[in-house]
Design a protein around this ligand. Structure first.
Ligand code: ADE
Ligand code: ZN
Length: 339
């Protein structure tokens, strides 16, 4: 029996594995700056968020046609299935594609095609969250949101990502207000590299229901009180934090402190093709590092379910499966004293 998982912080573009990247480059006759898979992988040594984003946006050049976006999404869903993911809320960056000439509907509908078949094909329910790039003009985000609202491709929510420092959430108040008026769910990256004040802004000015990363909230006790009191979820991504040097090593990761502080934290994969693994790999590494044990693993899984945008009935059903998984785990070995 596998621990049922919910993935809430996953950039679909960040699941572009080198093999698929080369396949798409050949299919679309795109000339790459890397001669081999090894040469590409050698670039995966990041100094910070910006150095990662430079490669992430560059690699996306191979995604040209609607079917490319479908293939990318299907490849993720297949991998998520092996991880035990039962529900995934995917981020998708429209401006990473429109800014290089790919029409909005080509990219968005390509992802949607895969998601529409995901329950039948992979037994994974999904939601689609359009994330706006905070280092591009808010007016552009507003325009794209209006196009999406007017078009025929449904989405479930909006978020905010890309380079954080210098691009505070307050710049996007109007975008989030429009999304809220139209019944969309609201999330934002905040407190990844940026200060706790950005988390406050995301909560109080954008009205987000969930904060992506948010680990710098640990620097502000008053903010922690607020997050705990209001059960605001934090979608934490341990491999990402290490690879983007937000923290030094996995052993320094605050995930256990966050749980002990009463935060509604869950574990996610962010950009798994670039950071060394998917949600199951993140959980396994954190378990190996901190010896989480079945109780904390189940707590992390339940937190993910509670943090999701599933209905209460769907949450209850998945939580019951986590409880069944917990009950099926072997009891800890007790020392037998010889007489
Ligand atoms: N876009 C893709 N991954 C991201 C991350 N970790 N932070 C901000 N924007 C991103
Ligand atoms: Zn992210």
């Amino acid at each position: 029996m596998k621990l049922p998982l919910v993935e809430l912080h996953l950039h679909i573009e960040g699941t572009l594995e080198p093999e698929l990247l080369f396949e798409l480059a050949a299919r679309n006759a795109v000339t790459l700056p890397w001669a081999s898979l090894a040469e590409l992988r050698a670039q995966y040594d990041f100094a910070d968020l910006q150095s990662f984003l430079n490669l992430y946006y560059r690699a996306l050049d191979v995604l040209r046609e609607r079917i490319d976006f479908t293939d990318l999404t299907r490849a993720y869903l297949a991998r998520a299935r092996t991880a035990g993911v039962r529900h995934a809320e995917l981020f998708f960056d429209p401006q990473a594609h429109t800014s290089r000439g790919v029409p909005l509907v080509t990219a968005l509908a390509g992802v949607r095609d895969a998601l529409d078949r995901s329950v039948d094909e992979w037994s994974i329910s999904t939601k689609l969250i359009v994330t706006f790039l905070r280092d591009r003009p808010p007016a552009e985000a507003l325009q794209i949101l209006r196009e999406i609202l007017a078009g025929g491709v449904p989405i479930d929510g909006i978020g905010l990502d890309s380079a954080e420092v210098g691009y505070p959430p307050e710049l996007f108040t109007e975008v989030f207000a429009l999304a809220r008026e139209n019944g969309l769910r609201l999330v934002a990256h905040a407190g990844e590299e940026g200060p706790p004040d950005y988390v406050w802004q995301a909560l109080d000015l954008l009205g987000v229901e969930r904060v992506d990363h948010g680990i710098r909230s640990l620097e502000d006790e008053v903010l922690l009180d607020r997050l705990v009191r209001d059960r605001i979820p934090l979608t934490v991504c341990p491999f990402s934090n290490v690879r983007l040097r937000v923290i030094d090593t996995l052993a320094d990761h605050p995930i256990v402190r966050m749980l002990d502080r009463g935060l509604l934290a869950c574990i996610n994969s962010d950009d798994p093709a670039y950071f060394g693994g998917y949600i199951d790999d993140n959980l396994a590494a954190v378990d190996a590092e901190f010896g989480l044990g079945p109780d904390r693993l189940a707590l992390l899984a339940r937190n993910g379910i509670e943090a999701s945008f599933l209905t209460n009935g769907e949450k209850a059903a998945l939580t019951a499966e986590v409880d069944a998984w917990r009950a099926a785990q072997p009891a800890p070995a007790t020392a037998i004293r010889s007489s």
